[in-house]
Design a binder for this molecule. Sequence first.
Ligand code: HEC
Ligand code: HEC
Length: 283
Amino acid sequence: MVQLRTQLGLGVLIAIAVAFAVTAPAAPRGVEPGDPSVENGAYVFDAAGCASCHSAPLSEDRLILSGGKPFDTQFGVFYAPNISMHPIYGVGDWTLADFEQALRQGVSPDGQHYFPVFPYTTYQNMRDQDVRDVWAYMKTLPTSDQPNLPHDVAFPFSVRRSIGGWKLLFMPSAHVDIADRGQYLVDALGHCAECHTARNMFGGWRRGVWLQGGPNPAGPGKIPGISSGALDWSPADIAEYLSSGFTPEYDVAGGEMVDVIKNTSRLSAADRDAIAAYLKRVK
Ligand code: HEC
Ligand code: HEC
């Protein structure tokens, strides 16, 4: 425990030092102009699991994005914000450029860094077309006047500027265009690594053990690995699980995976097969 505290203390000092060296968010990248497709936007919205975090907890209607879901992490409790199109309580007065900057760079319209509990480290690799289409789709959803809950995070993690240092250390700087469909679904949209990849003490991914499982970041227990070395299911077994939640032993998925399967079950069978094929290629 004492050792852990010392390490944390040291880590915090490094993070703050780096944070003050580089904290200014990079210039926005923007989105190539083009006609949005609401239909594709709805599909990307499911594949990226936006409703899993932004619908009201216990709400029957997953398309009312009023926020309020708590995320209990080692740094404190974060609450998902209202991302409905309400002009005051939601993001109704944002532009597409504001949205792109939030989703792919983790920066708010007023230039603040978001906490990485919002999985922009994954979404940074979303294609322009998909960013534009999700935005167009979100504009068709109902609004909510639910005010945001303030995060309950202690100093120094509460200092948004320090996330600039975190990003520098743990977020690869450039957007990568992922050509493989399965990899795109897993690593740019589905944010499977958010749970299935172990993290270091600062909450950065240990990229050398990609998708190989690790401690549950949100509570007790472990999250199983889903790479080929960690999970010996066939591609068909994986695709079935992502569709129905049944394991090859006829168990049903539990824990946080239940919510994930609400999303993956809406994908096309071809996309679930592509995810399974990609997982088989990851060590
Ligand atoms: C794992 C949970 C999670 C998922 C999945 C998720 N978000 Fe979020 N999102 C958050 C949290 C938590 C924040 C608040 C971050 C902060 O305050 O620093 C946030 C913030 C945002 C914001 C900024 C809102 C504001 O008022 O500044 C937008 C926009 C957003 N998310 C859109 C999306 C979209 C679109 C998707 C799907 C592509 C998505 N989110 C998926 C948890 C999530
Ligand atoms: C919010 C956290 C979370 C996310 C995101 C997540 N998973 Fe999971 N996953 C879990 C948990 C927890 C389990 C264990 C479920 C259980 O014990 O029944 C699991 C189990 C699995 C299993 C079964 C492994 C086994 O040994 O039982 C597969 C396959 C899987 N996930 C694939 C995925 C894929 C593909 C994605 C991305 C589309 C994904 N998961 C995203 C938390 C998550």
